[in-house]
Every structure is written in structure tokens, then in C-alpha cells.
Design a protein around this ligand. Structure first.
Ligand code: 8ID
Ligand code: ZN
Length: 357
């Protein structure tokens, strides 16, 4: 395949600054790849709310910029670094995740929690990511995409899918259990809804507005709770409890970036319930009053993306037609507009800018 010397990349030049559309971004040439690296031609990249957090400077640490953002890519291998020991072949469809590489030998890597490896590379935050037509990735860390999954449907799985599938497992919810999902119609939430339905959970989907309601009800959630319909958090908490046998759901997945979704989940969970914390937000604390937290025997599990195995499993649901990301394809050059609309909460499901001029 022809590899151009330059191609389009969307570059954060600083927190909150206009995103630069650099159509002269240098492309690493095949002969310049190191052993263990592949060159990926990104066809689609999801835009995750984490990209927005990074662009807005919500992170509690500075992110080095300039930086090519994005961490949900799907494309093709166009070149493999000389001497790389890999089963990948040129032309193969692969995904790029948030976790870009790890040491592969620490206890986390060996125990199926490689996302916690202290040496993990992070696409679109600690190294250049998927908002580019071409990118370099670690051969051992790209995720092969099964045949038959359109790449625009695979892309969102590489972060939103793997994260929610992994978080669902962290809740220990069993078939028939009630699960409350806040932010249920967002990029993550709408996949969480589908994974949860696929494993037989009963769902209370919490989000705001008629578009969000329509999306969730279309998947067959048991209840949709519009947080805008409640005058207070206390009323919403009572409503969720009432739906779930009067005592609240067994588990809660918080994918909502706003409001007091964490505080509400801790209140509406039933005794012995588990909160899987997924949403990131600036200056946010998860707080619980200690007597009731202990009295209810609650568990709070931080859930950070997922392992390589989680990614393979998450894609498999899509390959089998059990989960279908709701995507809207846009041009990659419009990534800033996508981020701005996401900031206003106007996006149902996932929007995929296409990496093309
Ligand atoms: O590894 C992780 N833990 C991880 C991985 C990927 C993403 C965490 N995240 C984080 C993102 O950084 C972000 O903070 O998960 C969060 C959700 O990402 P997203 O799904 O990409 O965001 P979105 O598409 O904007 O969806 C957010 C939804 O929340 C709703 C909105 O209406 C939207 O549908 N929402 C809000 I804002 N406030 C709400 C509230 N109070 C609410 N829904 C219910 N109650
Ligand atoms: Zn993400």
C-alpha cells in the first residue's frame, strides 16, 4: 500500500485551544517503524467523553500537548516493523484502544488487569492517538477485529464497549438482577444497556430528554427514568428504589458525567449492592455517609477501561449481533464541533468522525 509522507491529524495545541487540523502531519514511513510496531491506517475513530475531558483540562494532572487525541480507532495494518514477531498481517482490520501498550510481565498484565500496568501507554493522552489518518501502534496491543464487523461499529467498542463490558463484570450482577445505568444514552451508556440486556439483567436506564428515552426504550430497557422529571435527587432516588422491588437495584453503573449521579447511586442501591464507577468528571468525589454505607454493606468498584481479553469479548457481542453501537459518521475535520456538542449533552450514542480529507 502507498503510505503518504503527510496526512491529516487533529492536534490539541493546548487546553481549550482550537483543535488544529494539520493536513501536513508527518506519517511514519514503513522503514522507520521499530521492531514491535505497526502502522495503522485509521478509518474511523470514536469520540469519547474522555477526549473532551482532556481537551477541556478536566484531568487532575497536566496532559502533555501538542497531542493527537483519540483512543477508539478502527482501521487496517498497512505496515509492520521489521523483525516484529506477530500474527498480524498487512491489510488486517485492527482496533486501537486507550491502553496502547504495557510491560506484559507485571502481576497486573499476567492477571487479566493489564490496564493497571504501571508502564501502560495511553493513546490520545500520553501518546498520539486515533484522530489521525495514520498512527503507529504496538503490534501486541492492537485488537484484531473479527470479520463481518463494519469498522464504524467496531471503533466505539474499543473504548466505550470494552469499558462498559468490563464494568458490568465488576458489578457482579447476575441474570435477573436489577442494574441502574446513569448516562444510559451516552456513548458508554447505550452500550452498557445492550451488554446488560444480553446477559439477562433488568435495567433502569437514567438519562435526560426524549431522544435519550427513545434510544433506551428501543433497546428494551425495563424502565427509563428521566432525571429532568424530578425536582430533587431524593425524589429520583425514591423512584429508582420503587421500580426495583422497593429496595433499589443490585448494581449501579455510573456513566453520567454530570449531576450527582454517584451520590444518587449510593443512595438508591439496595443492601449489598455494588456501584461500578466509570464516569470521570472534573473535581468530583464519590462520597458516602459512613454509617449507612457500612450498614448497607455497599461495594464501590472503580472500573478503568478493560483488559485485552475484555476487548476481544466486547467485540464478539457485536460480531454476533447482540450489541450494535449507534453511530453517526462525520468527517474527522469536524472533531471540534463533535466535542462541543458532546459538552452540551446533545449526542445520543456515539459520533464517529471519519478519517478522510
Ligand atoms: O475507564 C473508564 N472508567 C472510562 C472509559 C471511557 C470513558 C470512563 N469514561 C468516562 C468519560 O470520561 C465520561 O466521563 O465515562 C463518562 C461517559 O463518557 P461518554 O459515554 O463518552 O459520555 P457521553 O456520551 O457524553 O454520555 C454522558 C451521558 O450522561 C448523561 C448525558 O445526557 C449523556 O447521555 N447525563 C448527564 I451529562 N448527567 C446525567 C445525570 N445526572 C446524565 N444521565 C443521568 N443523570
Ligand atoms: Zn474513552
Amino acid at each position: 500500500a502507498e503510505v503518504p509522507a503527510h496526512a491529516l491529524a487533529c492536534v490539541y495545541e493546548g487546553v481549550g485551544l482550537p483543535i488544529k487540523l494539520d493536513d501536513k502531519h508527518p506519517v511514519t514511513q514503513p522503514q522507520d517503524l521499530k521492531q514491535g510496531e505497526v502502522l495503522v491506517k485509521v478509518e474511523y475513530t470514536g469520540v469519547c467523553h474522555t477526549d473532551l475531558h482532556i481537551w477541556k483540562g478536566d484531568t487532575p494532572f497536566p496532559v502533555p500537548m501538542p497531542l493527537v487525541g483519540g483512543h477508539e480507532g478502527a482501521g487496517h495494518v498497512v505496515a509492520i516493523g521489521e523483525g516484529t514477531d506477530t500474527a498480524l498481517s498487512v491489510g488486517q482490520a485492527v482496533g486501537v484502544k486507550w491502553i496502547a501498550d504495557t510491560c506484559s510481565t507485571c502481576s497486573y498484565c499476567m492477571n487479566g488487569a493489564d490496564q493497571h500496568c504501571a508502564k501502560a501507554g495511553v493513546s490520545g493522552m500520553l501518546q498520539d492517538g486515533t484522530f489521525a489518518q495514520y498512527m503507529v501502534a504496538a503490534a501486541r496491543y492492537v485488537t484484531p477485529i473479527p470479520d463481518g464487523i463494519p469498522l464504524e461499529l467496531a471503533a466505539p467498542v474499543l473504548c466505550a464497549g470494552v469499558t462498559t463490558w468490563s464494568a458490568l463484570k465488576r458489578t457482579n450482577a447476575k441474570p435477573g438482577d436489577w442494574l441502574a445505568i446513569s448516562g444510559a444514552a451516552g456513548g458508554l451508556g447505550h452500550l452498557a444497556v445492550q451488554y446488560a440486556l444480553a446477559i439477562g439483567l433488568r435495567i433502569v436506564a437514567i438519562d435526560g430528554g426524549d431522544d435519550k428515552r427513545k434510544l433506551c426504550e428501543g433497546y428494551g430497557v425495563d424502565h427509563f427514568v428521566d432525571f429532568r422529571d424530578y425536582k430533587s435527587g431524593a425524589e429520583l432516588i425514591e423512584a429508582v428504589k420503587a421500580i426495583c422491588d422497593g429496595i433499589g437495584p443490585h448494581a449501579a453503573l455510573v456513566c453520567a458525567t454530570g449531576g450527582n449521579a454517584y451520590g444518587q447511586a449510593i443512595e438508591f442501591l439496595r443492601p449489598r449492592g455494588t456501584l461500578a464507577a466509570v464516569a470521570l468528571a472534573a473535581n468530583t468525589k464519590i462520597e458516602a455517609e459512613v454509617f449507612s454505607f457500612i450498614g448497607k454493606g455497599l461495594t464501590v468498584a472503580g472500573s478503568y477501561v478493560g483488559s485485552r481479553q475484555d476487548a476481544i469479548e466486547a467485540l464478539s457481542f457485536v460480531a454476533r449481533g447482540k450489541v450494535r453501537p449507534n453511530v453517526q459518521v462525520e468527517a474527522l475535520k469536524d472533531v471540534q464541533s463533535v466535542l462541543e456538542r458532546m459538552d452540551r449533552g446533545q449526542i445520543s450514542g456515539r459520533i464517529h468522525p471519519i478519517g478522510r480529507f
